[in-house]
Design a protein around this ligand. Structure first.
Ligand code: PLP
Length: 226
């Protein structure tokens, strides 16, 4: 299956999920996650019309950015060590994995502009998942007010990799409710309008629950270099 065919299939499923939930496909940004694939494959995704690329590691981010540059917007979706912030800060358009104050502090220090960030929340309660505990979110948001280069544009989560659709859906619902709470505070530094949720196996549920940014890797570009 070519990337073009994958892309068309996914677009169809996005449109259907939007129809089921009374949403517009234009309101959903698809981010192609290229962490498993080569530069050439990532470029092919761009050639099919992908406007957003996401990487979860510094090395992959730098290599792909170097080759592809400003043809797309760049999303950093992985755990980000504070000492590596300086290596992506000028190139990155969105950081999806803001999960601690030390990272916000470093972003603030290293950047000369406001960086749109998603605060990552652990909605599943799984130990292995990164992100803030939902109970910690509001006070975390309060504390971000001191970092003028950090702009909270939304929240991000990962649902567990399981079959049970109800559990997956409840994670996405939880994130939407948390997003509404932050958004309703109308903080200038935290407009928090976006929801980054949904991957290859669960993006339709995520769209039904309000996702604005879906992160699609394997079902779009594959999961090995080819
Ligand atoms: C790898 C990854 C994705 C994409 O996963 P697929 O299941 O391949 O679509 C999305 N989000 C994050 C944070 C990831 O690490």
């Amino acid at each position: 299956m070519s990337i073009q065919e994958n892309y068309e299939k996914i677009m169809k499923r996005i449109i259907q999920a939007c129809q089921r939930s009374g949403r517009q496909a234009d309101d959903i940004q698809m981010i192609a996650i290229t962490k498993y694939v080569s530069i050439e494959t990532a470029q092919k995704a761009v050639d099919t019309g992908i406007k957003n690329l996401g990487e979860n590691r510094l090395e992959g981010f730098q290599k792909k950015y170097h080759a592809i540059g400003n043809q797309v917007k760049w999303h950093f979706i992985g755990t980000l060590q504070s000492r590596k912030v300086k290596n992506i800060i000028e190139e990155v358009d969105y950081i999806h994995s803001l999960d601690r104050l030390s990272l916000a502090k470093e972003i603030n220090k290293r950047s000369k502009r406001k960086i749109p960030c998603f605060v990552q929340v652990n909605t599943s309660g799984e130990e292995s998942k990164h992100g803030l505990d939902p109970d910690e979110l509001q006070s975390f948001i309060d504390q971000l007010s001191q970092y003028e280069n950090v702009e909270v544009v939304g929240l991000m989560t990962m649902a567990p990799l399981i079959e049970d659709q109800d559990t997956i859906r409840s994670c996405f619902k939880k994130l939407r409710h948390l997003r509404d709470e932050v958004r309703d505070r109308q903080l200038e530094y935290a407009p928090c309008t976006y929801l980054s949720m949904g991957m290859s196996h669960d993006f339709e549920i995520a769209i039904e629950e309000g996702a604005t940014h879906i992160r699609i890797g394997s079902s779009l570009v594959g999961n090995k270099s080819k």
